[in-house]
Design a protein around this ligand. Structure first.
Ligand SMILES: Nc1nc2c(ncn2[C@@H]2O[C@H](COP(=O)(O)OP(=O)(O)O)[C@@H](O)[C@H]2O)c(=O)[nH]1
Ligand SMILES: [Mg+2]
Length: 367
């Protein structure tokens, strides 16, 4: 993850949302990633199996590196209450979490609604989810009820609608393959693991490359390199996905900005009379020979009686203005009227440097 991209996006962290069935290994996965970076097995997030979700709060965990945990890594894992076939974490709450509307440590036992504690009314990019990780236990995959599978599909759909990428972390790889249980590095050679990956792919409609087998630390006392490698491979994919999300968002923002600038420019060009138009409109003041097509577009001129013809008034600039010809005036500065309003444009002279040019009459307040 490039820190430059975080800076450009104006955020300090990548938020990775962990969702999955009760007991899928969400809390253990965070503990495992934290352990890899710390260099020893940690258990900050409450993991365990009580037959129901041990985690009932929405929690944002920072990953800390090094023995002393001084260095905070620039991504955080957002742990949630587990999904259940009936009850459990509501899809509508997942949607609010994706949008950044749920504050850290909010209880997820009742629906999160506006004005309720923990509800954030004005989330920013910093609060939103930047990547979705779906956790599925390899050992319980076949037993997962259809209603639960459907909930996961819906959550993925919500992420896709928001251009958030996702992947599946297949936990408990050690539980479906005895060779992997003995030696984690066997995971990539295991037909059992391959079959499980393909099964997940067909259930959730995802390509196998987006399904990562992992093994969480749960009984180990010391970190092990093969387990670290599996987890780090998955984390690298997560960060690449989050990177793509931010890059895409910045690209879209830039494109929108450009379109807006173009629109403003065109509007100014349409407002501003060309030299020819200025001339013809001044002729038209007396001659009445100008055809209607030649008239510059802009605000209609004031009635002749209201128009000031004496060209000596002093005015102050109410809004800064920069013309296409480079002539500009600053808000608050004094200008002298050189040529009275014609079709919404007045020629003025800047007191500050003596330069003259046209500005929209509405930008000047004459005394
Ligand atoms: N064998 C094995 N057990 C795991 C693995 N991941 C989690 N567990 C166990 O599964 C249980 C539920 O894990 P937990 O992280 O609390 O699941 P959560 O409800 O999704 O947060 C705990 O007893 C963990 O020790 C894994 O990769 N392998
Ligand atoms: Mg948990």
């Amino acid at each position: 993850m490039s820190y430059k991209l975080l800076k450009q996006s104006g955020i300090s962290h990548i938020n990775v949302l962990l969702v999955g069935e009760v007991g899928a290994g969400k809390s253990s996965f965070f503990n495992t990633v934290n352990s890899v970076f710390r260099g020893y097995v940690t258990s900050l997030a409450n993991a365990g199996s009580l037959g129901r979700s041990v985690t009932t709060q929405y929690r944002e965990y920072k990953v800390r590196a090094g023995d002393d945990g001084e260095k905070i890594i620039k991504f955080r894992f957002c742990d949630t209450r587990g999904l259940e076939a009936e009850g459990g974490l509501a899809i509508s709450d997942v949607e609010k979490i994706l949008e950044g509307r749920v504050r850290d440590q909010t209880e997820l036992t009742g629906e999160i609604v506006p004005n309720k504690e923990g509800f954030r009314s004005h989330p920013t990019l910093e609060n939103q989810t930047h990547f979705l990780a779906i956790l599925v236990g390899a050992d319980t995959l076949s037993l997962m009820p259809e209603t639960l599978r459907d909930k996961i599909r819906k959550i993925r759909e919500l992420a896709i609608q928001r251009s958030i990428s996702s992947l599946v972390l297949m936990t408990k790889s050690d539980k479906v393959c005895p060779h992997t249980e003995k030696d984690t590095s066997k995971v990539f050679h295991s037909p059992e693991i391959r079959d499980k990956v393909l099964e997940i792919g067909s259930i959730f409609g995802m390509p196998p490359m987006n399904i990562h087998p992992v093994r969480n630390y749960f009984s180990e006392v010391e970190v092990e390199l093969p387990m670290d490698i599996l987890v780090l491979t998955a984390v690298r994919q997560i960060l690449r996905g989050a990177h793509d999300f931010l890059q895409d968002m910045l690209d879209r923002e830039r494109a929108e900005d450009k379109a807006l600038r173009e629109k403003m420019r065109n509007r100014k060009l349409n407002m501003k009379p060309s030299l020819a138009n200025r001339r013809s409109s001044s002729y038209s003041e007396g001659s009445g020979t100008e055809s209607s097509e030649e008239k510059p577009r802009g605000p209609p001129p004031p009635p002749p009686s209201a128009r000031q013809t004496s060209s000596k008034r002093i005015g102050s600039v109410s809004f800064a203005y920069k013309g296409e010809d480079g002539f500009c005036v600053e808000e608050g500065e004094q200008v002298k009227e050189k040529k009275a309003d014609v079709n919404g444009w007045t020629k003025v002279k800047r007191i500050v440097n003596g330069e003259s040019g046209y500005v929209p009459t509405s930008h000047i307040k004459f005394k």
